[in-house]
Each structure stands twice: as C-alpha cells, then as structure tokens.
Ligand binder design. Structure first.
Ligand code: NAD
Length: 356
C-alpha cells in the first residue's frame, strides 16, 4: 500500500512521542512492504510563533488531502494566556472541524501487568475493555449564542447546548457499527431527566438502535455513568455520549489504566482522513527530557492503520508489540514503580520496534 501521512508534532512532548510512533510505523512499512510518505507541518503554539495562527490554511489543506493525520499535542505555558485572541487549542478545534471528524473514539483496556498503577482495586479492573464514542463537533462547545453581557450590578455569561437529530444520528450509527465488532452493547449517556437536547439525544439513539437489533442498547444518566465507571467499569462496552459529557467521562475513564500516557484516540468523520492523537497534552513539565511515554501515540498510530488505512493485521501487530513490551516488564518513568528501572522514550520505542 502507498499512503500519505501528515505529521503534526505540535508542542512540548508532541515531537518526542510522534517521532517514536513514526519509527514504529516505519518498522510496519518494512515488514509488510508498504510505502508511507510523510508531510510534516506545524500546529498549536509553534505554528503561532511561526505564522501568527495555530493552524494555517496550507496545513489544513495538506491534512484534508492526506490518508491519515497523526498529531502529538498542542499548548504550553508560553501560550497559556486565556484572554489571548489566538490560542493553541484553536488549531485543534479548526482541524477537527475542517476534517469533519464528528466522533472521537477512546478505547480503555488496562494492561494486566499495570493494574497496580491504577487507583482502583485490581479486582474492579478485571475484564475492563471499553470504548467511549464522544460526539465531537456539536453540543455546548459549539452552540450559539455564547456571550457575556453586562447586567445591572454584574455580568451574565451564556453557553448553549444544542444538537440536531442529524448530528446525533451519524455518531450513533458509528457507535452501533463499532459495537458489532465488539461485545454488541451500546450504553448511551445523557441527561434526559433535565435537558431538552438530551431528550432528543435519547429519542434519536433509540430510533437508530432499531436498525441494529443485534446490538443491546441501554440508556444511562451521566451522573450515574460517572459512578458506574468507578463501581463496575467492566460492564461497559461502547459508551456513546455528547461532547461535554464525553470530555469529562473520557478523562475519568483514562484513570482506570493508571497513566494517561498509555491512551490513544481517533477522531473520525463520514469520509476523509481521520485524526489520531494520544489523549494526553504537551506535558511541559517533562518536555525536552526524552522521558515521555510514547505508547498513547503509538497506539493512536495503530488506530490509524485500522480505521483510515484498513490494515487490521498491521494494527494488531502494533498493539501486540506494545502489549509484549509491557508484559516483559519494560516501563517508562510514568509507569515504573520504585523497584523498577525506567526506560526513556527512545529505549521504550526500540523495545516496541524490536517486537515488530
Ligand atoms: P498533560 O496531559 O500535558 O500532563 C498531565 C500530567 O501527565 C503531567 O504531569 C505530564 O508530565 C504527564 N504526562 C502526560 N503525558 C505523558 C506521557 N506521554 N508520558 C509521561 N507523562 C505524561 O496535561 P496538562 O499538564 O494539563 O496540560 C499541559 C498542556 O497541554 C496545556 O497547555 C494544555 O492546554 C495542553 N493540552 C493539550 C491537549 C492536546 O493537545 N490534545 C490535551 C490536553 C492538554
């Protein structure tokens, strides 16, 4: 296969972990005789420094024309002023919008040898294998009006939670299709007892479920879902939810695995290239030290092989290589306990490449 991959290393540890993922991808290319070409662009703070904007039109066009986009992370203290007109996260939001990626997939499957790294008791984590499907381009993060208004003696701030049935339907279809390849269970999370947009969510998801009689559907209120994720996380298969609820629940779910450095994500649309990035940020506290855990980025790359390039065997090969590295006791600093020796980013990457 020939494929054009856009690399967006971004800021902080982004370039370190993306460099690691590219090495693993190259090992896959050699083993399976694929030809991947790479096109590297700036995004986030470094793009702001170079061009005054977090995502240039040229970078967006390159992404749209590619077969898959790998992104490190954006942001850092240098660009942290929340009142600034241009901010690193604008690059991410513009990229998701430009690519039409309306669904964010975050798999959570703790490695059996890392259960001690989780704050939950190991028996609670037994059998946990879930994917959160978060709607990504609608809801309260994009709804209008959003404004601040002066009031007599104060200020009022307004955000709007808005969904159309079509926005809900397309992400629901994606979740049900995904469930078919797993344990055939969708848990739709909303706040239908209070919010009108959630009542439309529940109604639309129920309608879509009619087209997937082989998939079990359960509805859960978001407050209960937050509790069940801690009490009985293994009961979830595919968790489908709106933008803001997903933002919060995915961070909660990430804690189950012990380190956010391990967790990948994929952002997918109806067509076009997907966007693949680890769930962690730019980790400015460790940037430049060469100690970042590259696993979240490497597993994101595996998701690109699966979803954008339809290379299932290759994706599994990468996932098995990561599993094997962890099973044989290799740990980066964020995963190692006091008795274990920590590998740096390059050493961990080499162990994973060697498995391929
Ligand atoms: P963070 O995820 O960058 O870091 C949180 C903690 O986890 C830090 O202690 C960090 O060292 C550690 N960590 C994160 N990834 C790691 C890895 N791969 N290996 C080892 N340790 C790792 O979150 P934060 O500190 O809240 O944010 C830092 C910056 O990143 C901010 O500017 C924030 O806006 C940005 N951010 C970007 C994204 C993104 O690009 N998608 C997501 C979240 C935060």
């Amino acid at each position: 296969m020939k494929a054009k991959i856009v690399l967006l290393p971004g800021d902080g540890i982004g370039p370190e972990v993306l460099g690691a993922a590219q090495k693993v991808l190259e090992a896959v290319a050699v083993k399976y005789d694929h030809q991947f070409t790479y096109d590297k662009h700036l995004i986030g703070g470094c793009a702001m420094d170079a061009s005054g904007t977090a995502l240039t039109d040229e970078t967006l066009s390159a992404c749209i024309e590619s077969d898959g986009v790998l992104l490190g992370a954006v942001g850092g203290p240098k660009w942290d002023d929340p009142t600034a007109k241009v901010r690193p996260e604008q690059g991410l939001l513009a990229l998701r919008k430009g690519l039409g990626t309306f669904a964010n997939l975050r798999p959570v499957k703790p490695h059996p040898d890392l259960l001690d790294a989780s704050p939950l008791r190991p028996e609670r984590l037994d059998g946990v294998d879930l994917v959160v499907v978060r709607e990504l381009t609608g809801g309260i993060y994009f709804g209008e009006p959003r404004a601040r208004k002066p009031l007599a003696g104060g200020i009022q701030a307004v955000d709007t939670m808005s969904y159309t049935d079509e926005e809900i339907r397309r992400v629901a279809h994606l979740a049900f299709k995904l469930a078919r390849g797993r344990r055939s269970k969708v848990n739709s999370v909303d706040k239908a007892n209070v919010l009108e947009s959630s009542r439309l969510w529940r109604q639309t998801v129920t309608e879509v479920a009619g087209e997937y009689p082989d998939v079990e559907l359960e509805h859960t209120l978001v407050d209960a879902a937050a509790m069940f994720l801690i009490q009985r996380p293994a009961s979830f298969d595919v968790m489908l939810t709106a933008n803001m609820f997903g933002d919060i629940l995915t961070d909660e779910a990430s804690v189950l695995t012990g380190s956010m450095g391990n967790l990948p994500s994929a952002s997918l649309g109806e067509s076009g290239p997907g966007l693949y990035e680890p769930i962690h940020g730019s980790a400015p506290d460790i940037a430049g030290q060469g100690v970042a855990n590259p696993i979240g980025m490497i597993l994101s790359m595996a998701m690109m092989l699966r979803y954008s390039l339809s290379l299932e065997d290759e994706a599994q090969q990468v996932e098995n290589a990561v599993d094997a590295a962890l099973s044989s006791g290799h740990r980066t600093r964020d995963l190692a306990n006091a008795a274990e020796t920590a590998l740096n980013t390059q050493e961990m990457t080499r162990v994973i490449v060697d498995q391929i």
